[in-house]
Design a protein around this ligand. Structure first.
Ligand code: DX5
Ligand code: ZN
Length: 218
C-alpha cells in the first residue's frame, strides 16, 4: 500500500496541532517527525516534549526519523512519548542490530535509513531485520531542498534487493518530493512518501488530496 507521511518540519509551528489534525482529516496515514541533534546533521529541530504534546492531536502513525548520533541512547524516550515507527541512520549507529533489537523490544517498528552518499549494499545485512528502509533523496538536515535525481536508481536497487529476498518491506523516500515528481519514486519502488514543503506550503488539505489521488491510483 502507498502511504503519505507529511513532514511537520515545514508546518506552521504556531498552529502545529491544527495542521496535524488537518492532514489527518485529509487522509494522510502517517505523520513524519524529523529529530535533528546538530551533530549528525547541522541543524537542530525538536525532540521528546514536542512529540509528547502533538500525540494528542491525532491517532495516526507517528513516523519518527532520528537524525541523531548514537541513536540507541534515546530509543526508549521516543517510544515512551508516542513514536510508532522509529527510523535511525545506519551511518549514526556503531551497532545497527542492537538499535533494531532495542526498538523491537519496545514493541515499535524499526526503520533503517541511508544518506545519499552511502552505498545501498550496506543495508544488505539488515533487510530482513527491519520494517522499513528509508532512502534519503536529499542530504538530511533541512526541508525544502531539491530531489537528487540519482536517488531513483538507488530506490530501484533497494526494492530489487528486497524482492530477491521475498521481502515486502516498506521503502520510504524523504526529501524534495512533490506531486510533480512522486510518480517517479513510486515507479522505482518506493511506497511510503514523505513530503514537507510539498504538503505544508500552500494549502495542506488540498496538497494531501492531490498526493493521495496519485498514490491511490498507482
Ligand atoms: C530532511 C528531512 C525531511 C524534510 C523533507 O532532513 O528528513 O523529512 O522535512 O522536507 P521536504 O519535503 O521539504 O524536502
Ligand atoms: Zn525526514
Amino acid at each position: 500500500m502507498n502511504i503519505l507521511s507529511p513532514s511537520i518540519l515545514s508546518a506552521d509551528f504556531t498552529v502545529l496541532g491544527e495542521q496535524i489534525a488537518e492532514v489527518d482529516r485529509a487522509g494522510a496515514r502517517y505523520i513524519h517527525i524529523d529529530v535533528m541533534d546538530g551533530i549528525f546533521v547541522p541543524s537542530i529541530s525538536y525532540g521528546m516534549p514536542v512529540i509528547k504534546s502533538i500525540r494528542k492531536a491525532t491517532q495516526r502513525v507517528f513516523d519518527v526519523h532520528l537524525m541523531i548520533t548514537d541513536p540507541i541512547r534515546y530509543i526508549e524516550d521516543f517510544a515512551e512519548v508516542g513514536a510508532d515507527i522509529i527510523t535511525f541512520h545506519l551511518e549514526a549507529a556503531p551497532d545497527v542490530q542492537a538499535v533494531i533489537d532495542k526498538i523491537h523490544s519496545l514493541g515499535k517498528k524499526a526503520g533503517l535509513s541511508i544518506k545519499p552518499g552511502t552505498e545501498v549494499k550496506e543495508l544488505e545485512p539488515f533487510l530482513d531485520k527491519v520494517d522499513m528502509i528509508l532512502v534519503m533523496t536529499v542530504e538530511p538536515g533541512f526541508g525544502g531542498q531539491s530531489f537528487i535525481p540519482e536517488s531513483i536508481s538507488r530506490i530501484r536497487e533497494v526494492r530489487k534487493m528486497l524482492v530477491e529476498k521475498n521481502l515486502s518491506t516498506d521503502v520510504e523516500v524523504d526529501g524534495g518530493i512533490y506531486t510533480e515528481n512522486v510518480n517517479a519514486v513510486l515507479e522505482a519502488g518506493a511506497n511510503v512518501i514523505v513530503s514537507g514543503s510539498g504538503v505544508f506550503k500552500g494549502n495542506p488539505k488540498e496538497n494531501v488530496k492531490k498526493f493521495l489521488e496519485i498514490l491511490e491510483t498507482e
